[in-house]
Design a protein around this ligand. Structure first.
Ligand SMILES: [Zn+2]
Length: 503
């Protein structure tokens, strides 16, 4: 095998004898990978290259660092710079600000639900989006950041009451914030019309507020208005918004929720495949049939089981089943909701076959959607990527290893416009994960969610190592290293190439 560029004689770091899965979807191959500074400098037979450090990768897979396409890590990045829940999974880049909620720009001592899912009120201390980006750059974390601006955050900032559409002055104020954020480096805007702060926002309001997304070549990401019975009109609304803004649409955590909608992913994916012939779009999802967000009764009623993760009104409810609590306290649904809130919960709301079908869809990326400050989070915050590799690839063979890695890296880099990321090739940034495909395993569960995965043997971000396995044989875990080599990334406007063959 030949290197693809003139081979250097020395490198900082050399990965020898790796099974390289390069992120493009191409078949795995045996190769060495040389890194100097923050870039990959050679891929192939690097026997002639002397290196300061050599990593023997025999029997293991070297892949591009995983891109977590959907997170709520905006505030967590600032106070837990090691990013252990993420780097321990092989994640090297996180997309923030999803579902309409971003930590900036907002000064608030008591942000309303669901903004509080982002963490303590003290995090809402940035009057501009640029100030938050500056804070990330001044004290970088162990992962790269792809920042989105949240429309609900803008509404909380601009509107005295949230249960109505924005008026012209409020729209103008929010549009000015979108323009500033896009100039500062936002990749686009997210909405969450499912949630109270934005439920009254009309399609016209969103299009007017997001206008600078069009002129700045950004993208539009959305937690749909309804993921249950009205899923189809909700998808159609998002597609219209994307066309009006002439920008790609990211469908967040795609799902069909509620028992009577189980199986309908065949219909929604058909609709999305058709639409993808005409306009750019992509999806993200995670590999669990349960979701998690603020406590609300519509979700409780659609779920087969609801687990409280935290409750300010009744802290002892953390970890308890909603229906068991109703019995125990002798309260009906409304009375229990009133007793618990503010609170958050995990909802068992999807069908495994829908989860599998959505994961297999060619335009689907993977995103953990975890809530990092939740004391008993959904296990997706710590387990998403190893679970895909262990369960969907190794055990159930729903995806080939090459296809799964492509969704975790190359596809996401392409969809978000990340230049020289998401693939192993000379010239690309050295965001890398080394893992054992036979041994990789998530250990976070609904009962015990704060558990490190096994089988992730090393993670590098911009050439610097951020995760190492435990030195002790038999010890499952590893530890984060204080490299803090993550960067705030910049979007490269894509040419809006429409994918014509989402088979
Ligand atoms: Zn969401």
């Amino acid at each position: 095998m030949a290197t693809q560029s003139p081979a250097p004689r020395r490198a900082d770091l050399l990965f020898r004898n790796a099974t390289v899965v390069d992120g493009t979807g191409a078949a795995r191959r045996s190769a060495d990978v040389a890194v100097t500074g923050d870039r990959i400098v050679a891929v192939g037979d690097c026997a002639g290259i002397a290196a300061d450090h050599t990593v023997d990768c025999s029997g293991r897979v070297l892949a591009p660092g995983f891109i977590d396409a959907h997170t709520h890590d905006d505030g967590y990045l600032l106070v837990h710079r090691d990013m252990t829940p993420k780097v321990s999974q092989g994640i090297t880049t996180v997309v923030t600000g999803n579902c309409g909620i971003s930590v900036a720009p907002l000064l608030s001592g008591a942000p309303p639900q669901p903004l509080d899912l982002l963490g303590p009120a003290a995090l809402f201390r940035f009057d501009t989006f640029a100030q938050w980006l500056d804070a990330l750059r001044a004290a970088p974390a162990n992962v790269n950041v792809v920042p989105l601006l949240g429309h609900s955050t803008l509404r909380v900032r601009a509107m005295p009451e949230l249960d109505r559409p924005a008026n012209d002055a409020e729209i103008a104020a929010m549009r000015a914030e979108v323009r500033l954020a896009m100039e500062a480096g936002a990749f686009g805007v997210s909405t969450g019309t499912f949630y109270p702060p934005a439920a009254a926002a009309t399609e016209a309001e969103i299009i007017a507020v997001c206008d600078p997304v069009r002129t700045h070549g950004g993208l539009y990401s959305t937690h749909l208005r309804d993921e249950t019975d009205a899923i189809v009109p909700s998808i159609e609304e998002a597609l219209r918004i994307g066309r009006a803004l002439d920008c790609p649409v990211v469908f967040s955590h795609h799902k069909v929720a509620g028992k009577r909608n189980h199986g309908r992913s065949a219909e929604t994916l058909g609709l999305l495949a058709e639409a993808a012939r005409l306009q750019p779009l992509c999806l993200d999802c995670h590999p669990y049939p349960a979701t998690s967000t603020m406590l609300r009764l519509d979700r409780v009623r659609q779920s087969t089981r609801t687990l409280i993760t935290w409750s300010t009104g009744y802290p002892a409810a953390g970890g308890r089943d909603f229906h068991e609590l109703m019995q125990e306290l002798g309260l009906d649904e409304e009375a229990l909701l009133a007793r618990l809130r503010p609170a958050a919960a995990i909802y068992f709301i999807m069908d495994e076959r829908d989860v599998a079908r959505i994961a297999q869809f060619p335009l689907t990326m993977f995103g953990s959607d975890g809530l990092p400050f939740d004391p008993r989070p959904h296990p997706r915050q710590w387990g998403t990527f190893p679970r895909i590799l262990a369960r969907m690839v190794r055990e159930e063979q729903l995806l080939t290893l090459e296809a799964a890695i492509h969704k975790m890296s190359g596809l996401a880099a392409q969809q978000y416009g990340l230049q020289d990321r998401g693939r192993i090739a000379p010239g690309a940034f050295a965001d890398l994960v080394l893992f054992d495909a036979q041994r990789v395993q998530d250990r976070a569960t609904f009962e015990d969610p704060l558990q490190l995965s096994t089988g992730i043997d090393g993670v590098w971000v911009n050439g610097a190592q951020v995760w190492q396995p435990s030195a002790q044989a038999g010890d499952a875990a590893g530890s984060a290293l204080p490299a803090f080599s993550g960067r705030v990334l910049r979007r490269v406007a894509t040419d809006h190439t429409v994918t014509t063959t989402p088979s």
